[in-house]
Write a protein that binds this ligand. Sequence first.
Ligand code: COA
Length: 330
Amino acid sequence: MQSKRRVSIIGTGSYVPEKVLTNQDLEAIVETSDEWIYSRTGMRERHIAAPEQATSDLGAEAAKKAISDAGIDVAEIDLIIVATLSPDMFFPSTACFVQDKIGAKNAYCFDLGAACSGFLYAMDTAKNMIASGAAETALVIGSEKMSTFIDWEDRATCILFGDGAGAAVLRAGGEGRGVMDAVMGSDGSLADLLSTPGGGSRNPMTHEMLDQKMQYLQMQGREVFKHAVTRMTETVISTLEKNNISADEVKCFIPHQANIRIIDAIAKKLKVADRMYSNVDKYANTSSAALAIALDEAVKDGTIRKGDLVVLTVFGGGFTWGANVLEWGK
Ligand code: COA
């Protein structure tokens, strides 16, 4: 058995569709206001995919940018994991569609379901597969066409989400400590607080199910809010403690982008408000894509530089959550 190998992120990329939907645009769709949305969520606008764009199309665009950023040939990729809750179809996997679109013929491909936590779950899975020697070069993607699974008549949810994709290329080796360690968790007893209950084997696709709008995301916002703050804060602390790192040493914290008030509450508890990254104003909550897009932007805008310690943390339906720590090596 091979010993564990160091794993680094060697490239990132992201893509959001062209169409922008502002809070003012939403005022024409449901009874809401820019003031309500911005003060409760920190969101100003979100991007919405074109009707002909599916989740794999968004993911493939982000993937191409990450591969170009990594400076590798697509044939070198031997693993593709797509984290999504809005797949192109139940099967085949969205990862297989992405593989075909980018021509990554040597990869084996699967989707990973951990709702909004998916990108970090996928990164942790890929990291461990590479560290064990089971893979060499992994393409990890978070991609969502949330707009298809949102009830555009429900003002409590439709204002919160956007479409987009982010990707990272992971590979064995690299300078510094790379993707170091993660602490992940789940609590299936709270699944009903955030779910899309219809369309699967529990509530199959029937006219009655569609009439009840069970094919759309349903959420108890206040409960989700509280759990998100608690879990992401606890998990970041556990990850830092487990790796003997103090919060002062971390250059940048990137949390799941669900609501600026959630992000601010975590920052306050951790006392790291000056190093908390957010772009929720521009993209709203893009679920599993949110962390991936934020990571790419933080790298490209110079917030994260070579040698910096970075902490990523997520929370999502399931409930699922996690945090990891990495040293940026590029
Ligand atoms: N525009 C205007 N009013 C709205 C509204 C909207 N878009 N959505 C809800 N309201 C109203 C409600 O009807 C309610 O009215 P009432 O007091 O007359 O009943 C009032 O605003 C307060 O609603 P409430 O749901 O209690 O607001 P809140 O302060 O909890 O904020 C969220 C709502 C959804 C923004 C907040 O709970 C949240 O962000 N939760 C976490 C969501 C999340 O992150 N999900 C994904 C996690 S991965």
